[in-house]
Design a protein around this ligand. Structure first.
Ligand code: ZN
Ligand code: ZN
Length: 372
């Protein structure tokens, strides 16, 4: 199922309702995840002004470069698409459109990621307006995934699962490959199973490199019997997967690796078991952390337990101590505890979960053990 135009109109209607409730006058978006969320537009930001005005009352208006006009008209449900030419100054056009929509002297919420190049021009065009961040309104909408989003993320997770199966099948064949070569295998596999690109830089951390949580990959060769942290993702219909397995290729791991792997698996399970509506994000972090602390590895679990995943691969809710936000059905986030022993090895295990009415469901379904 790909999101139909109604999905985007429904999201925009919900956004406008929140704008009115808060007394804000409109949103101004540029090519961003927010634009993708409301208008199904996946353009990358560039130097030309490419803006969507969403007034609290009334229909949205695109102002886009002339050369993009036709594309936007075809792709988006927004029917009012205006263009500006390269030889034209877009700033007066911004002022005119904002005045027409009743947004010229109001409180406007601009994309959090909007380039200063464009926010400066908005200030110039609209000297009477005040500004806030679009996330103040869109954050609360985006944090609860709708059916189209869940469907895309389930398919992206299924692609990641297929790749884990491929890795296990590779087994001994991974020994002697460099981390970079194994990363390339992973990326090929993701594409082969229907993913588009990677949702973040693929992590292959063999042996001591696994003790650096954000190590990417290097020319180090995979050795038999050592744990390899494999953290990767792809996108389906714009939505990412994000999964980690720590596997041992071509041999038996030593006693400490087995022990640490077991502790991390238990911590991951405890985190997942804690997830249900009304529980705080901090409580999920604590549930996973307590298992690791009880095994005396608390100081070696050096990051939060997880992060929300949606159009952005890192977004709210963050599963971290101090985050008292209560979980709600439709939230999707990772549960990814790890133990990192510098100079020796690391183990991390990560699945995405979706909060349901009475608990949660994992999006990833492959075995979490080290065996290939
Ligand atoms: Zn990950
Ligand atoms: Zn993650």
């Amino acid at each position: 199922m790909t999101a139909d135009p109604d999905t985007f109109e429904r999201r925009a209607a919900a956004a406008r309702e929140r704008l009115r409730e808060r007394g804000d006058d409109g949103l101004v978006l540029f090519p961003s995840r927010n634009l993708r969320y409301l208008a199904d537009h996946g353009e990358e930001p560039a130097e030309r002004h490419f803006l969507l005005f969403v007034p609290a009352d009334g229909e949205p208006v695109f102002l886009v470069p002339e050369l993009s006009g036709e594309q936007v008209r075809e792709a988006s449900w927004v029917t009012d698409v205006r263009t500006w030419g390269d030889a034209e100054d877009p700033v007066p056009r911004i002022a005119d459109i904002a005045a027409e929509l009743g947004m010229d002297a109001g409180h406007l919420l601009v994309d959090d990621t909007m380039w200063a190049l464009f926010t400066q021009d908005l200030r110039t065009a609209l000297p009477e307006a005040t500004f806030g961040l679009a996330s103040e309104v869109l954050g609360d909408l985006r944090v609860r995934k709708d059916d189209a989003e869940l469907d895309a993320m389930e398919r992206a997770a299924a692609v990641a699962d297929e790749t884990v199966r491929d890795l296990r099948e590779l087994g001994d064949g991974a020994v002697g490959l460099t981390e970079a070569e194994l990363a390339a295998e992973i990326e090929d596999s993701l594409e082969r199973h229907g993913g588009t690109g990677v949702s973040f830089d693929t992590i292959v951390g063999a042996g001591p490199n696994g003790a650096k949580p954000h190590h990417h990959h290097s020319d180090r060769e995979i050795r038999p019997g050592e744990p390899v942290v494999l953290d990767f993702g792809t996108r389906v219909d714009g939505y990412p997967s994000d999964q980690t397995r720590t596997l041992v290729f071509g041999g038996e791991p030593d006693e400490q690796v087995r022990e640490v792997h077991e502790v991390v698996q238990e911590a991951q399970q405890a985190g997942v078991d804690a997830v249900e509506p009304g529980v705080t994000a901090a409580a999920v972090d604590a549930a996973a952390r307590e298992v690791i602390e009880a095994a005396d590895y608390g100081d070696e679990f050096i990051h939060r337990t997880g992060h929300g995943v949606g159009l952005d691969v890192h977004e709210a809710p963050y599963i971290v101590a101090g985050n008292e936000r209560e979980l709600e059905p439709g939230m999707v986030f990772s549960v990814e505890p790890g133990i990192y022993l510098p100079g020796e090895f690391g183990v991390r295990i990560e699945d995405l979960v979706v909060v349901t009415e009475d608990g949660c469901a994992r999006l990833n379904h492959t075995d979490r053990g080290w065996e290939c």
